[in-house]
Design a protein. Structure first.
Length: 142
């Protein structure tokens, strides 16, 4: 299995993902990561970073050194990464078991926290991210 590396804010995106994304390749990559994370029968290490991760690598908005989704997006996504890493009490570049990251998210993130943690994200108004967090808190999965 490919080593799983996720940027901080994608630790929340994986719970809200419903098949939307920036391109077919991005959606395919995100779907494969999400399937692994939602599979209660598997556990594996995930390295948490603030910067381009395995999904950014296939994103059409990835520039040479910065996210180019829109003006200021690099700063914005780094802020989201910091928000989530800080809220979950994680250390950048450290690896954690998937089960631990999911448990921390369930324990520490309420749906309305996304208004702060994910402020300014274009996906937030769709409501699927809050729904995903609500579902995570309502069922006992790893
Ligand atoms: S929009 Fe930017 S941060 Fe988001 S996946 Fe694409 S390159 Fe990464």
């Amino acid at each position: 299995m490919e080593k799983v590396v996720l940027r901080g804010h994608h630790l929340l995106c994986v719970h809200g993902f419903r098949g939307m994304g920036y391109s077919p390749a991005f959606v395919e990559k995100m779907r494969s990561v999400v399937e692994q994370i939602r599979d209660v029968d598997t556990d594996f290490p995930i390295q948490v970073i603030r910067g381009f991760d395995m999904t950014c690598q296939v994103c059409p908005h990835k520039g040479a050194v910065a996210c180019e989704a829109n003006e200021g997006s690099e700063e914005h996504v780094q802020t989201l990464d910091r928000n989530v890493i800080g809220h979950l009490g994680l250390q950048e570049n450290q690896s954690y078991q998937k089960s631990e990251l999911v448990a921390l998210t369930r324990e520490k993130v309420a749906p309305d926290d996304l208004d702060v943690l994910c402020a300014g994200c274009s996906w937030l108004p769709y409501g699927v991210c809050k729904e995903g967090i609500a579902q995570l808190r309502g069922k006992d999965i790893r």
